[in-house]
Design a protein around this ligand. Structure first.
Ligand SMILES: [Cu+2]
Length: 162
């Protein structure tokens, strides 16, 4: 009985399309660029990475995920992003621009490389920005994502977000 699955797929697709079509006018601020890469420019041993893997933005800013190497995408972890924030899932090998209106922490993955550790976090500043932080930090991540998210949350802990 595939009804629920179909509904969910339709919902996610619609949300992603809405995000893509609705954000064309948003400005990309300096630094709000995440490249999707086959190899890390920082760590030669790391393959399949978002670079940078942590970005901090203000509400209503957009982030451009650039498909520099192809074969990758960006997908929100829908149970972990802030309550009420729209989920997203981009096409493999495509640039996508996403605007973040709700303050909070947004863990995301590359769908085919999630357990290989191709993951990242967007932090959207503002009131309530830490409301979902502990839940995101304490979530059970699978495979190499567990190690990389651990490193990412250590990086966020070290940032002065005030
Ligand atoms: Cu990937």
């Amino acid at each position: 009985m595939p009804t629920n699955f179909s509904r969910r797929s339709f919902f996610v697709s619609s949300a992603a399309l809405a995000l893509v079509s609705g954000t064309a006018k948003a400005a990309i601020h300096d630094g709000n660029l995440v490249e999707m890469l086959n190899k890390s420019p920082i760590d030669a041993s790391a393959r399949n990475v978002f670079e940078p893997r942590v970005i901090v933005v203000d509400p209503s800013e957009a982030v451009l995920f650039r498909s520099t190497d192809g074969g990758h995408n960006t997908q929100s972890m829908d149970d972990l992003i802030p309550a009420g924030a729209p989920p997203w899932k981009s096409d493999i090998g495509a640039d996508v621009e996403i605007t973040f209106d709700t303050s909070g922490v947004y863990p995301y993955v590359c769908t085919p490389h999630a357990t290989a550790g191709m993951v990242g976090v967007i932090v959207v500043k503002g009131e309530g920005m830490m409301d979902n932080y502990e839940a995101a930090k304490g979530a059970r991540y699978r495979g190499r994502a567990r190690k990389v998210f651990g490193e990412i949350f250590d990086e966020i802990d070290a940032i002065n977000l005030g």
